[in-house]
Design a protein around this ligand. Structure first.
Ligand SMILES: NC(=O)c1ccc[n+]([C@@H]2O[C@H](COP(=O)([O-])OP(=O)(O)OC[C@H]3O[C@@H](n4cnc5c(N)ncnc54)[C@H](OP(=O)(O)O)[C@@H]3O)[C@@H](O)[C@H]2O)c1
Length: 349
């Protein structure tokens, strides 16, 4: 059953998980896009109730601190759009209350992404899919979002048959405490602390001066769930079950912005020149690809940006019709908060 609610022009917006890494970015993006909210509610766990969060304002909401409220099923009364970033179990617990209150839930967790009645939307790729939601729209995994933004203009040149991707994922992809752990561990490591004296909580191993080829849990086939997400979500968003995706996901000691080395195989020839022209013209993409000037996207320099940056575009001669590229985006913005608010913009009358 599709949703029949008529979205008001000045919706009430709830930010669920407002104290987290993505939640803080939601507040920044709502301001940056001047989202036409009539009210913004900051929700989090009981731990954060009463905390003040700085907000620069948007729509009818003036700049000033927002007071965090404890999130309960009643929090969604009068809400039109609920932006969720509290993890999958919390989203599952609250889904019914949100939908019953008449709000549309835009969820950043993996809870509902592959459900048949939940569209998985990247506005540059499949904006039309919001038409069939029934109260919940899922924001894809951050690594998948930036990859499909880069793949879509290439797919429009020739059908993509296979993608091989290796990710270089920032510590903040695991939340605000993980980013703090990278800072603290780096300091401790430089202070000469031994490995067994370091605080290791956010990741399975030390992240400072290390790379960890393990994101989310291991599955029976020895891949990780993060890798599986890139495989299945790419097919759903691109609307093509035939695309084969092989992913290796790696956590690296970068604070913010994921990098991805992507090898793409097409059904027909796509020249480097045609790919560059298509990417340069694509919405949400910045082409940064000038080897003569040492110009290519770098995660350490792109925090806080909105676009998906693509560079190092070259032929992959190991397959018949292949290209290789390097893709970087701020995974807290385009990979989470920005993409979700762009979905909310699509819901406006
Ligand atoms: N970080 C990223 O780059 C990224 C990208 C894409 C998607 N995501 C997804 O976004 C979600 C949040 O990630 P994050 O990185 O922002 O994590 P985070 O920094 O750890 O923040 C988690 C947020 O959830 C809130 N929360 C936890 N349990 C709650 C409960 N029972 N009731 C109400 N609020 C609760 C926390 O509130 P308290 O402060 O009160 O504990 C906090 O605001 C996850 O599903 C994650 O997979 C993250």
């Amino acid at each position: 059953m599709t949703w029949t609610k008529i979205m008001p022009a000045r919706p009430v917006v709830a930010v669920a998980g407002a104290t987290g890494a993505v939640g803080a970015e939601f507040l920044r993006v709502l301001h940056d896009l001047d989202f036409p909210a009539s009210e913004v509610r900051a929700l989090a766990s009981a731990r954060s109730a009463g905390k003040k969060l700085p907000f620069d304002g948007c729509g009818d909401v003036p700049a000033g601190d927002l007071t965090v409220q404890e999130m309960t099923p009643k929090s969604f009364e009068g809400v039109d759009i609920a932006l969720f970033s509290c993890g999958a179990s919390v989203s599952k617990q609250l889904r019914e209350a949100v939908v019953r209150a008449g709000a549309v839930m835009i969820d950043n967790s993996s809870a509902f992404r592959m459900d048949a009645d939940v569209p998985l939307v990247v506005p540059e790729v499949n904006p039309g899919d919001i038409a069939w939601h029934s109260g919940v729209i899922a924001n894809p995994n951050c690594s998948t979002i930036q990859m499909v933004v880069a793949l879509k203009p290439l797919y429009d040149l020739a059908r993509i048959t296979r993608v091989v991707v290796s990710t270089y994922q920032a510590a903040s992809g695991a939340g605000a405490p993980a980013m703090a752990e990278l800072y603290d561990q780096t300091r401790e490591f430089l202070d000469g602390k031994a490995d067994d004296e370091l605080t290791v909580e956010a990741f399975q191993h030390r992240i400072a001066f290390n790379c960890i080829p393990h994101i989310d849990k291991f599955l029976d086939d020895r891949s990780t769930k993060e890798e599986w997400k890139m495989v299945v979500e790419t097919k759903k968003i691109m609307g093509d079950e035939r695309i084969r995706v092989a992913a290796t996901c790696v956590r690296v000691p970068v604070l913010r912005c994921h990098g991805e080395a992507v090898n793409v195989e097409f059904a027909d020839e796509v020249s480097v020149e045609a790919a560059r022209a298509a990417l340069a013209a694509a919405p949400g993409v910045t082409l940064l690809d000038d080897p003569a000037e040492n110009a290519y996207p770098m995660p350490g320099l792109l925090a806080g940006t909105n676009d998906t940056y693509v560079g190092r575009i070259r032929r992959d001669d190991t397959v018949d019709h292949g290209l290789a590229l390097w893709v970087v985006a701020d995974q807290i913005r385009k990979g989470a908060a920005l993409n979700a608010v762009q979905i909310a913009q699509l819901l406006l009358p």
